[in-house]
Design a protein around this ligand. Structure first.
Ligand code: B12
Length: 214
C-alpha cells in the first residue's frame, strides 16, 4: 500500500496516531502538502458517506473533524514555506455562519489562505452577523468569507450581507461563499461576489480580486 492509500485508510479508520505519523512521513518524503490536504478531504468525504449509510455515527464525524484539524496543524509550516517574511497580501475575515457548526471545510480554506500569505481572522463557527461587522470594522478587511453546510445557512448568509449593507461596509469588501450546497443561486441570494465548493479555487478567486485591487 502506498503512503497515500495508507493515510486515506488510517483517517477513515479514525486511527489518530497512524494518521499523524503518516502525514509527517509524507512531508519528510517531500509530498506536496496540498496533495495531503486533498487526501484528508477525501477521507472526510468517505466518512460522510459511511455516516449516510449508518455505518458511522456523529461521534465518528466529530473525531474525523479533530483528526483533520490536528493534521492541518502539522501541515501548516510546510504550506507556509516560501511565504516567510512576506507581507500580508490582504485581510480576510472568515466564519461559518450563524446556526451552522461545520468547520472542517472552512478550516481548509483558512489554512490555504494563510499559507498563501493572507492575514486571516477566523471567527469560528455559528458566527452572528454582528461579529462579522465588528471584525470587518476593526481589521479593514478586503474580503469576507462565509462557510455553510446546512440549508438554513443561506438565511444567515443573507442576513450577514444585509448587516454589511446597513453598516455601509458592503462596497468596501468582496464576499466569497463556500460549503456543501452553495451554488450560483446561493451567491445571488446571499448578495455575494463569488461562490465555490473548492477551497483551492477559493484562494484563486481571492488572489485575482486582490491582484486587481479591491
Ligand atoms: C462532518 C459532518 C458533521 C460534523 C461536523 C464536524 C466539524 N467539525 O465540522 C458534525 C457531527 C458536528 C455535524 C453536525 C450536523 N450535521 Co453534518 N455533516 C458532516 C458531513 C458528513 C461532512 C461535512 C464535511 O466536513 N465535509 C468535508 C469538508 C472538507 O467539505 P466542505 O465543508 O464542503 O468544504 C469544502 C468546500 O465546500 C470548501 N469550503 C467550505 N467552506 C468554505 C468557505 C469558503 C469561503 C470557501 C471559498 C470554500 C469553502 O472547502 C472545502 C474543501 O474544498 C456532511 C455530509 C457530507 N458528506 O458533506 C454532513 C452534513 C453537512 N450535516 C448535516 C446535518 C443535517 C447535520 C446536523 C443537523 C445533524 C444533526 N441531526 O444533529 C448537525 C448540524 C449541527 C449544526 N448546527 O451545524 C447535513 C446537512 C443537510 C442540509 N443540507 O441541511 C449533511 C449534508 C449530511 C446529510 N446528508 O444529511 N455534521
Amino acid at each position: 500500500m502506498s503512503l497515500k492509500e495508507d493515510l486515506l485508510s488510517a483517517v477513515i479508520e479514525l486511527d489518530e496516531d497512524r494518521s499523524y505519523d503518516l502525514v509527517k512521513k509524507m512531508l519528510d518524503k517531500q509530498t506536496d502538502p496540498k496533495e495531503i490536504i486533498e487526501i484528508l478531504r477525501r477521507a472526510v468525504e468517505i466518512i460522510g458517506e459511511k455516516f449516510n449509510k449508518k455505518e458511522y455515527f456523529l461521534t465518528e464525524l466529530v473525531m474525523a473533524g479533530e483528526i483533520f484539524q490536528q493534521a492541518a496543524k502539522i501541515l501548516e509550516p510546510a504550506l507556509k514555506k516560501g511565504e516567510e517574511g512576506e507581507k500580508s497580501r490582504g485581510i480576510v475575515v472568515m466564519g461559518t455562519v450563524q446556526g451552522d457548526v461545520h468547520d472542517i471545510g472552512k478550516n481548509i480554506f483558512v489554512t490555504l489562505l494563510r499559507s498563501a500569505g493572507y492575514e486571516v481572522h477566523d471567527l469560528g463557527v455559528d458566527v452572528l452577523p454582528e461579529k462579522f461587522i465588528e471584525k470587518v470594522k476593526e481589521t479593514h478587511a478586503n474580503v469576507v468569507g462565509y462557510s455553510g453546510l446546512l440549508t438554513v445557512a443561506l438565511d444567515a448568509m443573507k442576513e450577514t450581507t444585509q448587516a454589511l449593507i446597513n453598516e455601509g461596509l458592503r462596497d468596501k469588501v468582496k464576499i466569497i461563499i463556500g460549503g456543501f450546497p452553495v451554488d450560483e443561486m446561493w451567491m445571488k441570494e446571499a448578495m455575494a461576489d463569488a461562490f465555490t465548493d473548492n477551497a483551492f479555487e477559493g484562494v484563486k478567486i481571492v488572489n485575482n480580486w486582490l491582484k486587481e485591487g479591491t
